[in-house]
Design a protein around this ligand. Structure first.
Ligand code: C2E
Ligand code: MG
Ligand code: MG
Ligand code: MG
Length: 286
């Protein structure tokens, strides 16, 4: 009996949510309920200046904590949310919550250093007319300065544009918000968009960083991206730094910023607040 139950539990936890839920309507209902019941939560992963190890900002990463299935990672539900259109409400919630939280931390005067918050925005929001208005509202509601907010858009957004999408990207930048390309290098390599859009930073995808090994092989593409970004005057952030060799190589290669499990894992708001209280007091990782 216990064995049978154990097995059933195991299946519930190991099976992707996608497989358990049969149709769109059910997925939609689940996500809608999650919003209503406040089941979403933000984790924050520090972004570090590689030259001195200082935390310069955080990426806000959504988590879904369900009573039935426990913690569900974004890889399991973001694409479902995009398919059902609920991503609009979810991304609005994320941006609002991240801005609210960070503004509160500023007001507490937690850190003597300035820091920013980066928020992932699904490209589908740019195909809807009012994303700029949505962002303006969030800035007004939370009181955060646009200079403190960074928006991450994946490469694909810049490859399937339209005049209205281009205009919205420009309008977001005109609000004073910095725009970063996420997962750089994984899309089609049409590099021309780097000059056509008002981008401020490139995040090199983890798949390239993970190829840098202890002998420092696998560095050619990363070196080329760093050089390109510097030529274009863009900030450069390495994603997914997991080893000391990767960190050392990136530092030597002139990569400005980094993010990864070696430095810090994403953490809940409480732990992030603790970290902020200790910034500048010798608690840095490097
Ligand atoms: P991303 O924006 O590229 O975020 C980085 C992902 O890499 C995060 O996964 C982070 O936990 C993970 N990561 C960071 N350092 C390391 C490392 O050293 N090793 C490994 N293996 N992984 C590392 P997470 O939180 O599971 O998010 C996955 C993706 O889901 C994100 O990729 C982003 O595309 C999407 N996402 C997360 N939050 C949101 C959101 O609020 N809105 C939207 N639209 N998408 C989101
Ligand atoms: Mg991101
Ligand atoms: Mg990324
Ligand atoms: Mg990624």
């Amino acid at each position: 009996r216990a064995k049978a139950r154990g097995r059933a539990c195991y299946e519930v936890f190991s099976k992707p949510l996608l497989d358990q839920v049969i149709n769109r309507h059910q997925i939609e209902a689940l996500l809608r309920d999650a919003l209503k019941r406040n089941e979403f939560n933000l984790y924050y992963q520090p972004i570090v200046a590689l030259k001195d190890g200082r935390v310069v900002g955080f990426e806000a990463l959504i988590r879904w904590i369900t009573p039935q299935h426990g913690l569900i990672q974004p890889s399991e539900f973001i694409s479902l949310a995009e398919e059902t259109g609920l991503i609009h409400q979810i991304d609005r919630w994320v941006m609002h919550e991240a801005c609210r939280q960070v503004q509160q931390w500023y007001q507490y005067g937690l850190s003597s250093f300035p820091f920013t918050v980066s928020v992932n925005l699904s490209g589908s929001l740019l195909h809807q007319g009012n994303v700029v208005q949505m962002i303006s509202e969030i800035l007004a509601e939370t009181g955060i300065s646009p200079q403190s907010l960074k928006i991450e858009l994946t490469e694909s957004v810049f490859l399937e544009t339209s005049p209205s999408v281009n205009q919205q990207i420009q309008n977001i930048r005109d609000l004073g918000i910095q725009l970063q390309i996420d997962d750089f290098g994984t899309g089609y390599s049409s590099l021309s968009y780097l000059q056509r859009f008002p981008i401020t930073a490139i995040k090199i995808d983890r798949s390239f960083i993970s190829r840098i090994d202890a002998q420092y092989s696998g560095t050619e593409i990363v070196q080329a991206i760093i050089t390109l970004a510097k030529e274009l005057g863009l900030e450069i952030i390495a994603e997914g730094i997991e080893t000391v060799s990767q960190l050392h190589w990136l530092k030597e290669a002139g990569c400005d910023y980094g993010q990864g499990y070696l430095l810090y894992r994403p953490m809940d708001a409480e732990s992030t607040e603790k970290l902020l209280r200790n910034i500048g007091k010798g608690d840095e990782v490097m």
